[in-house]
Design a protein around this ligand. Structure first.
Ligand SMILES: Cc1cc2nc3c(=O)[nH]c(=O)nc-3n(C[C@H](O)[C@H](O)[C@H](O)COP(=O)(O)O)c2cc1C
Length: 198
């Protein structure tokens, strides 16, 4: 199996267990099956005092920034909080260097209580990821809580439609971000090669 650079999974929820983290793990599992090396970062485990006082020199925050710098692609998951992403995720992103995502492909994921805030990925999180110089922010995947249900064993189960959307996004990330061959069918056309004619 080829290892084509690591993928960093960033969990932006302050809660555990967490629906948005379940989305993240589902993506991680799929990418690992495609041969990607997976690294993890959970913002809820970062030192709260250092985050709140913007102490970017804290060793744990520096390690987190290094993890990000070394990743080839990044998957960021957040719950929707008050029509945007979480404060703890923003506190972490605020401490990163301005070009922290330079050259990287980023896949954003979010879960929310209602479908009404699905655009939070585009109007709230995407501009921040762009401002950190991401090479390409892929179309995000949004799930409502009813699509990520708890089993009696305490595990999160993904609705089949959601699982299919994650499959598709992982294929796009594997091709565009990691340059892996598609699993089946035609090779997707790379974004930079799309031509339009009127
Ligand atoms: C403080 C707070 C604010 C929330 N705000 C919203 C919101 O504005 N829109 C929404 O659809 N869901 C909102 N929710 C629901 C969560 O986004 C939803 O339950 C999410 O799946 C939780 O993800 P997690 O388990 O990863 O933390 C909110 C939840 C909390 C705790």
């Amino acid at each position: 199996m080829s290892t084509s650079g690591s993928v960093l999974l960033v969990a932006g929820s302050p809660s555990a267990p967490s629906r948005s983290s379940a989305l993240l793990e589902a993506v991680g599992t799929r990418l690992a099956l495609r041969g990607a090396r997976i690294e993890r970062l959970s913002v809820r485990e970062l030192p709260a005092q250092a985050l709140l006082s913007a102490d970017a020199s804290h060793p744990q925050l520096q390690r987190a920034a290094d993890q990000l710098a070394q990743a080839r692609a990044v998957v960021i998951a957040t719950p929707v909080y008050k029509a945007a992403y979480t404060g703890v995720l923003k506190a972490f992103l605020d401490l990163l260097p301005q070009s922290a995502l330079k050259g990287k492909t980023v896949l954003p994921l979010a879960s929310g209580g209602s479908p009404h805030h699905m655009l939070a990925l585009d109007y709230a999180l995407r501009p921040v990821l762009q401002s950190l110089a991401a090479r390409h922010v892929l179309a995000g995947v949004y799930a409502t809580d009813s699509q990520v249900t708890l089993t009696p064993e305490g595990a999160y189960q993904l609705h089949s439609d959601l699982a299919q959307r994650l499959d598709d996004s992982v294929e796009t990330l594997a091709f565009e971000g990691l340059h892996l061959k598609p699993l089946q069918g035609f090779e997707p056309v790379h974004f930079s090669q799309v031509r339009c004619s009127a």
